[in-house]
Design a binder for this molecule. Structure first.
Ligand code: FAD
Length: 517
């Protein structure tokens, strides 16, 4: 007994001493002193880089940028800040590829962890009955694609753009044209390794530490830093048949989309987009897509009309081409698109998945990639999508020349309601993504204010008409708004935060919680 009391007293005193020391010492040097394999950067160039993101509208400079070499570099940093308690203002933001839109991977005066520096574990593809790959939380999806293909395997669920990190997309959901069948990326993960807001390293899965596992998926980085993920794989195809058809009738368009997402094995990817007041669109497609009926297609005039483009893909291997063509023809025969507007092409699987990167290279060369991106992403319940389309595509949006407007349905049954992500209550949800760029124009404006006011009108309409819409990649400024976003899930979210990040150290860029000082 006496021995134990002595031991506890020493522990207690040393904890106080550590806290006291940390408060007194200047923070960068106390961090610098940690025994790291990785390193910190404190220079203005590094801090400036960590203060930027794809949205290009928010810029908060951190105090330091950590380039971790191991998970313990991350755990030690967070534990160090945790031990300082509320005497320190320091917060920590994991930064994946910095493709957030509203400063979500930034921290004002805190520590940014550059997750791409974390190269452990080395990617390990496990081929067998239930194939998977273990990857670092800072790994880019494009690298995972290339590595798994070397083993004839591939992840099943993607985002439209692959130069994003595993930790970044799993913190949101990760949605693309495969989600109707496989669910979002957060439905295709088996295990995670997490560093929590108290600096503990925890392995978790649905069965083991399930509460942490589900909290982190779609958890906006609030509960821990994803340092490793086990991603489900399937055998990879080599080729993709990629198809576009047009509709002028929104009802026919959504009817066909909904039919396709519930038809087994029809297509492997289903998306769609809206075309408002655009000319010459088909001429652009002709560069890469072939019209099935060139003569009729050449008479088709898109000018001025609002059109809806259904985009489909079917995966195949070379030897299956004849069967695939037959199957595709059969599935297309049930659809009600404008007959002269069937365009298709065949590309490699990698070229299909990495398609947005081609646009990135083009836009970069014209200096149009690093412009502000006031994106708005919404999930709309199926029963309200017609009302939404009538008002938004009919009245609010007058053109789609600022960037694509995607619209496609997903099956809610493929989403796990134990995760943190917030989605509307209905079996089928439409993702509507306004992917706008504020491009400088000759008259000196970049259209940013115009796009922002359009976004505001769309959000106000959703609110007023009580559509039950939810923002995807949500962005709010006050806790009140966050509370409304989470609705009945708010209490769970708060509870999870109090367990895994009680001092509100992690992911301050979302402005959901404020560190109490
Ligand atoms: P960052 O912007 O660096 O971080 C995002 C958030 O996650 C931050 O809060 C950060 O703190 C946190 N975070 C980062 N890494 C970790 C980690 N390891 N552990 C815990 N938290 C972490 N999304 C889709 O779902 N579908 C799409 O098709 C799609 N297409 C896109 C196309 C483009 C061109 C762009 C720019 C974005 C697209 N997105 C899409 C959105 C994208 O998924 C998110 O912006 C994502 O957050 C970006 O990943 P990132 O690695 O750049 O993360």
């Amino acid at each position: 007994g006496a021995h134990n009391i002595f031991f506890l007293t020493i522990m207690f005193l040393s904890c106080i001493a550590i806290r006291f020391n940390l408060c007194l010492s200047s923070v960068p040097s106390s961090l610098r002193a940690l025994p790291f394999g990785g390193h910190f950067n404190f220079d203005q160039v590094s801090l400036g880089h960590a203060a930027r993101d794809f949205g290009n509208r928010y810029q908060y400079h951190p105090m330091a940028v950590l380039h971790p070499e191991s998970v313990s570099d991350i755990a030690d940093t967070i534990k160090h800040i945790w031990l300082m308690g509320s005497s320190s203002h320091l917060t920590v933001a994991a930064r994946g590829h910095g493709h957030s839109l509203h400063g979500q991977a930034q921290t004002h005066g805190g520590v940014v962890i550059n997750m791409e520096s974390l190269k452990v574990p080395e990617m390990h593809v496990h081929v067998g009955n239930s194939p998977y790959v273990d990857v670092s939380g800072g790994e880019l999806w494009i690298n995972i694609l290339h590595e798994t293909l070397r083993h004839g395997m591939t992840p099943r669920s993607w985002t439209d753009y692959l130069h994003l990190t595993v930790g970044g997309t799993l913190s949101n959901a990760g949605v693309s044209g495969q989600a109707f069948r496989h669910g979002p990326q957060i439905s295709n993960v088996q295990q995670l390794e997490i560093v929590t807001g108290t600096g503990e390293v925890v392995n978790c899965s649905a069965e083991h530490n399930g509460e942490l596992f589900h909290s982190v998926l779609g958890g906006l980085g609030q509960f821990g830093i994803i340092t490793r993920a086990r991603i489900v794989l399937e055998p990879a195809p080599t080729m993709v048949k990629w198809i576009r058809v047009l509709y002028s009738d929104f009802t026919a368009f959504t009817r066909d989309q909904e039919r396709l997402i519930s038809t087994k094995n029809a297509f492997d990817y289903i998306e769609g987009f809206v075309i408002i007041n655009r000319t010459g669109l088909l001429n652009n497609w002709r560069l890469s897509f072939n019209p099935q009926d060139p003569v009729q297609a050449s008479h088709f005039k898109s000018d001025g009309r609002t059109l809806f483009c259904l985009e489909l893909a079917k995966y195949f291997n070379f030897e299956q081409i004849d069967i695939v063509n037959q199957e595709v023809e059969e599935h297309l025969s049930y659809l009600s698109y404008i007959p002269s507007t069937l365009f298709s092409t065949e590309v490699t699987y990698v070229d299909f998945l990495d398609r947005v990167h081609v646009s990135e290279v083009k836009l970069r060369s014209k200096g149009l990639w690093d412009v502000p991106h006031p994106w708005l992403n919404l999930l709309i319940p199926k029963s309200k999508i017609h009302k939404f389309a009538e008002v938004v595509f009919g009245n609010i949006l007058t053109e789609t020349s600022n960037g694509p407007v995607l619209i496609y349905p997903v099956n809610k049954s493929k989403w796990d309601n134990r995760t943190s992500v917030v989605i509307p209550e209905e079996d089928i949800l439409y993702l509507v993504a306004f992917l706008t760029s504020a491009v400088p124009s000759s008259n000196g404006t970049d259209g940013l204010e115009h796009i922002l006011s359009q976004n505001k009108r769309i959000l106000e309409y959703c609110e007023r008409a009580q559509l039950g819409a939810k923002q995807y990649l949500p962005h709010y400024n006050t806790q009140e708004e966050w509370r409304a976003h989470f609705g009945p899930q708010w209490e769970t979210f708060l509870q999870r935060k109090s367990v895994y990040d009680p001092l509100h150290i992690l992911a301050p860029g979302h402005r959901i919680f404020q560190k109490a000082i």
